[in-house]
Write a protein of this length. Structure first.
Lengths: 160, 160
């Protein structure tokens, strides 16, 4: 099992090498494909409440926890996860999501919401469902996928 | 019917007098109840693509149009509307939403998404449905309402 620890400033270059191809591909995250490194750092490190990485010596993945809405919705968090290509299929995403749920509860959150899980991303949907998330909504043709064209986006939710 | 025009910098003080009690009440928008005037201006004026007001001489309401997601989701916009208390029941929200849909199409958006319409806000839900929106998802106990406690939030969607 990977170890999970808070991200430190010195980790950013290696995180960016993991995140950049994901954002440039534009196939999973609703992020501008030409996002600058500075904007990505703001999104992944500065805006979230906490950012983590999974490691076994090598960096295997990273995720953030942030508040999804403010005011009356501030008890709901949002997380985003990226697994390194060489670490796929080793339970890294599962470990990160499980950790994030525990940590979110500690931070006082009472639910976790994913705002757009692409219907084309069957592996992610199956994993989140296994980890207790439900599809609570579907946004029709919500995402313009570079290879697949318009695909639906699911809103997924777990009460913590 | 009210006239609808772009907001100008000089309009902000009167818009803030309309928005502040809405945000302070915390009963409709997922915005921090103690939001500062500067943060509210950023949210309502600076971040959106365009911000409008409805007027018949008096300011009757205001709304913004912004991009809801980036990247592959950038063809979906989000709008927020506030009607002045003295102008309730006069079709102002309907006029603003109708205008915003037309304008969103002109701006190239292909759908409009409301991220959290409170289940307690029956008037809004009925109006948005009348104007072509569907409830595509429901977030359970997503909003801590000051008077009603936990209420569900609906995700509403219209393909433009």
């Amino acid at each position: 099992m990977p170890q999970i620890r808070r991200v430190e400033p010195a980790d950013w270059p290696i995180l960016w090498r993991m995140l950049e191809p994901v954002f440039r591909a534009g196939e999973t995250y609703a992020v501008a494909r030409d996002i600058s490194e500075a904007a990505a750092k703001t999104m992944w490190i500065d805006t979230p409440v906490e950012t983590y990485l999974a490691t076994d010596g090598d960096i295997l993945g990273t995720f953030y926890i942030k508040t999804n809405h403010q005011g009356g919705g501030a008890h709901v968090c949002n997380c985003g996860y990226v697994t390194a290509p060489m670490a796929q299929g080793r339970g890294v995403a599962s470990a990160m999501c499980t950790f994030s749920q525990t940590r979110a509860r500690e931070l006082g959150y009472r639910a976790m919401q994913f705002n757009m899980v692409l219907a084309s991303n069957g592996g992610a949907i199956a994993l989140w469902q296994k980890l207790g998330f439900d599809i609570v909504g579907t946004l029709p043709a919500a995402f313009d996928h570079p290879r697949l064209g318009m695909v639906d986006g699911h809103v997924m939710w777990k009460t913590l």
